[in-house]
Write a protein of this length. Structure first.
Length: 133
């Protein structure tokens, strides 16, 4: 196997890839290795550390979740299509709405994180191989 197979496509890492979560719900998700997410996490490492030290308190856990969800909303979950509320109304994408949904809906957050952690989605070779087929 060529080492190039492990090279990232910087555009995919930073600007995301479209993936289907379920039933036509599409999300554009950047890699957790993107520069903006890394900067946010590094800027908040002290706050996250304090929350971890106080892990026995529910408020500390929620504070850490808020930091993570804000970071995901601003730099990882970049867009969506076909997301609807419980009445079937389309929910338009915004960073604030992304934060709200990520914070309140853990299973949705977990699905986004699974995509963001799937390194193979962000490889440069995947695109090249798909174009050959």
């Amino acid at each position: 196997m060529r080492l190039a197979a492990f090279k990232d496509d910087k555009n995919k890492v930073e600007n995301g890839v479209w993936e289907e979560i379920a039933d036509g719900l599409m999300v554009r998700v950047a890699s957790l290795d993107n520069d903006a997410y890394t900067k946010i996490v590094l800027d908040n490492v002290d706050k996250i550390g304090k929350a971890k030290k106080n892990k026995n308190t529910l408020s500390a856990i929620r504070d850490a979740e808020k930091i993570m969800c804000r970071a995901l909303a601003s730099s990882v979950l970049l867009d969506w299509k076909n997301l609807q509320d419980d009445d079937g109304n389309d929910i338009g994408y915004s960073e604030d709405k992304a934060f709200e949904i990520l914070f309140e809906h853990k299973r949705f957050r977990d699905a986004v994180l699974e995509i963001a952690k799937n390194e193979s989605l962000y490889y440069a070779e995947v695109k090249e191989e798909q174009e050959k087929n």
